[in-house]
Design a protein around this ligand. Structure first.
Ligand code: BG6
Length: 491
């Protein structure tokens, strides 16, 4: 008889299986996150972690690899004592070629009897369906099994649907965890609390009291060693289709009736489905593609994208996108939504800025006309919320100057703040789906993104070059200026 879903049997051992277990994501994020969960006693005692890879290693070699490559991503102080050794005791390595059915027999033998299984697919998405099929043939999936799918899930709507169809043959929707690590960030989750755990914002959180919304996810790093993946992907698919649209969903959604996964995801889906589809003319007017040229980053000179390793010298891939979106519903009618993301920008900064309406009448005519109230939600690197208010400048006359009400979350709370991957992995283990994307959400996001990709293909223009270390091409500021807005770029 099949067991019921999601670890309803707390006594069953847990096997966490990472496909791509010696890959970049596993080394930099997954294993460090699992270690932190282990350190804080959040991993069930019987958890075994199986890293899978093609390297012909045995367990000892893999442990040496972990010691060398994973430890730099864990604070030394956190590895003191025998906790680290006890973590290593949980680790196993299985040499597996994901395309070879025979190798799944060896995997089956490595798993504990009667265990609950979590399969984390940190591989190229082209392998997802094959892995699921092989797991099923080897009889390694039951009703308690869960599968975690890393982004990018497809490169357009059709490919995303094909992956979803195939994975759906072996796993129920309630067993599928489509991960977007932005949904695991403390401040992103806090945004829900800011909106729905306070009363003062909600009456104003709409047209015409909000003039515009801007969401920036700026990175100072370049493409690094990931050009092989990135050059075929670009910023729209890598960042906007998932992270930025998910942030937008949380900013724009209606209050859900509960925190039940489907209640939250239903509301996010409505936002995605309300995005106004772009025509080619909209794409030409309302989107900006950029690509970084040589410049400086963090005080050091930086080469341009076209000179990066493994980037073709004539690549037309965008490393920057800015665009103006609209949400077709009552709450957001006529409120432009500006999204922007890029690599090699002036600094690493993720921020949401809610710009409230202008004063209906200017009483204080001594002051220059300027933006009045803004709510600025900084997600990283610092976590804080600022509300810009106008105050009187000391002295004679009635001149106004903006000052910020400051909510510094890092100093307000002394509790440990877990990294996004740690929090999301714990959600997977506990079977909590709220912070994962449902199939229809993912497909609605692609439905909106596809016409932009098609518009770019038809327009056939090269991305605009911007200097590494800047805030992107000038056209991105012009996009805002047309709406009488400007990107907030001051510290
Ligand atoms: C990943 C993208 O999803 O997010 C990367 O593939 C990007 O290109 C990264 O660098 C940014 O994540 P974070 O958490 O550093 O903002």
């Amino acid at each position: 008889m099949l067991k019921t879903a999601h670890a309803q049997t707390p006594s069953a051992p847990l096997d966490l299986v990472i496909f791509g277990g010696a890959g970049d994501l596993s080394v930099r994020k997954l294993l460090p996150a699992l270690y932190m969960a282990h350190l804080h006693n959040n991993l069930p005692a019987s958890t075994r972690i199986h890293a899978l890879g093609r390297q012909p290693w045995d367990r000892e070699v893999f442990l040496g690899f972990v010691q060398e490559k994973v430890t730099p991503f864990i604070a030394a102080a956190a590895r003191e004592g025998d906790t680290w050794q006890r973590f290593l005791d949980r680790l196993n390595y299985v040499c597996l070629d994901a395309t070879q059915s025979a190798d799944y027999q060896a995997l089956g033998q490595a798993l504990q009897n009667g265990s609950d299984r979590v399969y984390y697919l940190a591989t190229a998405p082209t392998l997802f369906t094959e892995i699921c099929a092989h797991l099923a043939s080897a009889d390694l999936i039951d009703a308690t099994s869960r599968v975690v799918l890393e982004k990018p899930l497809g490169h357009d709507l059709a490919s995303a649907q094909a992956i979803n169809d195939e994975v759906g043959r072996y796993f129920q929707e309630s067993q599928i965890f489509r991960i977007d690590h932005y949904l695991g960030k403390e401040t992103v989750q806090n945004l829900m609390v800011l909106r729905f755990g306070n009363t003062i914002f909600e009456p104003l959180w709409r047209s015409p009291y909000i003039k515009s919304v801007q969401i920036t996810v700026a990175e100072s790093v370049g493409v690094g060693s990931r050009a092989g993946f990135y050059d075929g992907t670009g910023a729209l698919r890598d960042m906007v289709q998932n992270h930025l649209l998910q942030l937008l969903c949380i900013v724009a959604m209606e209050p859900p009736v509960s925190l039940d996964p489907d209640a939250v995801r239903d509301e996010k889906l409505k936002v995605l489905r309300s995005l106004r589809p772009m025509t080619v003319a909209d794409v030409a007017r309302d989107t900006v593609r950029g690509q970084y040229g040589a410049g400086a980053s963090n005080g050091e000179s930086a080469i341009g994208y076209l000179k990066e390793d493994n980037v073709p010298g004539d690549s037309g891939t965008e490393t920057f996108v800015a665009l103006r979106a609209h949400i077709n519903n009552w709450r957001w009618a006529n409120v432009p939504i500006f999204l922007r993301t890029g690599k090699r920008m002036a600094e690493r900064r993720s921020e949401i800025v809610i710009e409230f309406a202008d004063l209906p009448y200017r009483l204080f005519t001594d002051s220059p006309r300027q933006s009045v109230n803004r709510l600025m939600i900084r997600l990283q690197p610092e976590e804080h919320v600022q509300l810009q208010m106008m105050a009187k400048e000391p002295g004679s006359g009635m001149r106004l100057r903006p000052v910020n009400l400051n909510l510094d979350l890092e100093s307000a709370f002394t509790e440990r703040r877990a990294e996004a991957y740690e929090r999301l992995l714990m959600d997977v283990i506990k079977g909590r789906l709220t912070h994962f994307m449902r199939r229809d959400e993912l497909e609605a996001a692609w439905t909106w993104v596809d016409p932009i990709l098609e518009g770019w293909a038809q327009l056939n223009e090269k991305p605009k070059t911007y200097t590494a270390g800047s805030w992107g091409p000038a056209a991105s500021s012009a996009l805002m200026a047309r709406e009488d807005s400007a990107w907030v770029e001051e510290a």
